[in-house]
Design a protein around this ligand. Structure first.
Ligand code: GLN
Length: 545
């Protein structure tokens, strides 16, 4: 019998609802329960694949090739599982399905309405998320904030589900912000009260309220929320802004979260075991060294655009007992200032994924600097393609070499369109997406980073690819294709022979990184950056002596 936990948000968005959901998932999983998780996104886009990172942050990619909300990344990292297409749903998908059925004549002449047709499709998807994983508990997070017009069908569906089953089969968690008024130096509960009232107007009474605040919450304030919102006092959980998102499962558990859930859902008595998680957090808190990493991209103002990359760097750092000091660099800055000025003080350079031609020459400048100064470099998707272009231009004697995405008339198209992409007109969901095997070449840095594994599986999101016709000329000059698709058609990893650690991956290694299992390429990259930093410090000490 599957039970459901619904997580909604109030007052404002971006208060960490996704982290709370993922953390509750981690806690329940640590009690030996099978947990599935579903993100309901109220926007009308079918998926975020076509949205600008400025609008929506990173597009996360699942192994089965779905382009999803970045919260799926939190879920996978916190739960340590691989999720699938069925773990995320948008209003666009719900309507697309209902309209498809209507066109097929499935509704036998009926009038199609939000209730019951849209709500039925939402409920079907919620149940399917549980069935797909044989889950004991399905966590369902509703994107946006209670009161948003586009979220209403989701709340209605949740309300119907709650009325249809015994009370101990569902739980409602509401996550709200307690704003702080500087003038009176107090946290305010009124917006939370209004938000709960709004939620109740859909027939959904919260069982647990998690308040988010930048300051400690006095017991009297929790009592007030408990009284005005009809939630038991111990189920009003104050979550102060944590130093790291990885602390949140520990905070929530210390506040008694799993006991409250056990009581409400009538779960068999049990205990959570967050020891492995706690040891990760302890190492995160007490690094023995620090490396400074330049993260070069074109959406760096919004760190959420590169969320999984940021987390993967943290995971790899913790594995090496090192803190990672991120230096966000706008690729266009490298077009107006020298690399020495912008990234002269870093121990490693990570070049981000991207689309289009904005900032591309700045990216080439970053690659050149890493190559010439022997600074560890990790190229991520477009970052790998730029590694190839720069090498072609400045080492292999191919002036103007480029990707045909940026310059369709380049004399040396070292990166060009995948043959199956020629003629593709739709932009949504048509890239090479999801997990594919990659065969590693022996005696390469990539092979060593992956611990000698012959074949690995990583996730992709791209249209362009290394052009095999020009590869031999690059190989002659010291570029090594160290990872291939098993059929030998597609180059998946490249590296430089004459450089301590310069590697580029056509896939996105960040999507498979987990707190206690960093992605091997990220781990190798941070390891090389630590060595580089050590050499730099010794050289500096030597020159002072
Ligand atoms: N724009 C490039 C391509 O489509 C790289 C994509 C990416 O970095 N995710 O191949």
């Amino acid at each position: 019998m599957t039970k459901y936990i619904f997580v909604t948000g109030g007052v404002v968005s971006s208060v960490g609802k996704g982290i709370v959901t993922a953390s509750v998932g981690r806690i329940l999983k640590s009690r030996g329960l099978r947990v599935s998780i579903l993100k309901l996104d109220p926007y009308i886009n079918v998926d975020p694949g076509t949205m600008s990172p400025y609008q929506h942050g990173e597009v996360y990619v699942t192994d089965d090739g779905a382009e999803t909300d970045l919260d799926l990344g939190h879920y996978e990292r916190f739960l340590g599982v691989d999720l699938a297409r069925s773990n995320s749903t948008s209003t666009g998908q719900v309507y697309e399905e209902v309209i498809r059925k209507e066109r097929r004549g499935d509704f036998l002449g009926g009038t199609i309405q939000p209730i019951p047709h849209i709500t039925n499709e939402i409920k079907r998807r919620i149940r399917a998320a549980g069935q797909a994983m044989g889950a004991d508990i399905v966590l369902v997070e509703v994107g946006g904030t209670v009161g948003d017009m586009e979220g209403q069908p989701f709340l209605e569906a949740i309300s119907q589900m709650r009325y249809a089953v015994p009370p101990e089969d569902t739980l409602s968690i509401h996550v709200t912000l307690l704003p702080y008024l500087g003038a009176t130096k107090e946290l305010k509960t009124k917006p939370t009260q209004h938000s709960v009232r709004e939620l109740r107007s859909f027939g959904v009474q919260p069982d647990v309220i998690v308040t988010r605040s930048d300051f400690p919450v006095a017991r009297a304030l929790r009592e007030k929320i408990s009284l005005f919102c009809n939630v038991e006092l111990d189920a009003v959980i104050a979550l102060e802004t944590a130093e790291s998102i990885y602390e949140v499962p520990l905070y929530l558990e210390a506040a008694g979260m799993s006991g409250i859930i056990e009581r409400h859902l009538a779960l068999p008595a049990g205990r959570s075991d967050l020891e492995e998680w706690r040891s990760f957090v302890e190492r995160l808190r007490s690094p023995k060294a620090t490396v400074r990493i330049a993260v070069v991209g074109k959406y760096v103002e919004l760190h959420d655009a590169y969320l999984s990359i940021k987390e993967a760097l943290i995971h790899a750092g913790v594995d090496h007992h090192a803190g990672v000091d991120l230096h966000w660099v706008h690729s266009e800055d490298l077009e107006t200032r020298t690399a020495e000025e912008v990234i002269g003080d870093v121990d490693g350079i990570l070049l981000c994924p991207g689309f289009g031609d904005r900032g591309l020459e700045g990216k080439i400048a970053a690659v050149r600097y890493a190559r010439e100064q022997l600074i560890p470099y990790l190229g991520d998707c477009l970052g790998m393609q730029m590694l190839v272009c720069e090498f072609a231009r400045n080492v292999a004697g191919m002036p103007g070499a480029n990707t045909t995405e940026a310059d369709p008339r380049t004399p040396f198209p070292v990166i060009s369109l995948l043959s199956e992409q020629r003629g593709v007109a739709d932009l949504g969901g048509t890239m090479r997406l999801g997990g594919y095997p990659c065969r590693l070449v022996a005696d390469t840095k990539a092979h060593a980073a992956y611990g000698g594994a012959p074949v690995v599986r990583e996730r992709h999101r791209h249209r362009y690819e290394v052009n095999n016709a020009l590869l031999p000329q690059l190989e002659k000059k010291g570029l090594i294709a160290s990872g291939w698709s098993p059929d030998g058609r597609l180059v998946e990893i490249v590296e430089l022979r004459d450089h301590p650690w310069m590697v580029g991956a056509q896939f996105h290694p960040e999507f498979t990184s987990r707190p206690n299992h960093p992605n091997p390429l990220f781990r190798g990259f941070i390891g090389a950056a630590l060595e580089y930093s050590g050499r730099r410090q010794r050289a500096a000490a030597g020159s002072i002596a």
